[in-house]
Write a protein that binds this ligand. Sequence first.
Ligand code: SF4
Length: 88
Amino acid sequence: MPDYQIKHDRPNCIGCGACAAVAPDYWEMSPVDGKSNLKGSIHIKLESGEDGEQRDIAQAQYTPNKEAADSCPVNVIHLFDKTGKKII
Ligand code: SF4
């Protein structure tokens, strides 16, 4: 069981670049469509039915990704704890 899980509502990313600036080890901007990509993620279907990204992370990887989520102006980076509870 991973410590945390990240879900990226990528279709609603506005490509501001904040996440990649705050946590470049985990987030990068796509040269294809200008949205961000969650490095090392898998593609998933979001509850909305749209395509998103998902990745498990360990405790030591939490802080930069929480900062990335906090920096997102449209709140499309979500973090869940190991019980599945939504943190942001
Ligand atoms: S901070 Fe949010 S809107 Fe900005 S690039 Fe990252 S995911 Fe997209």
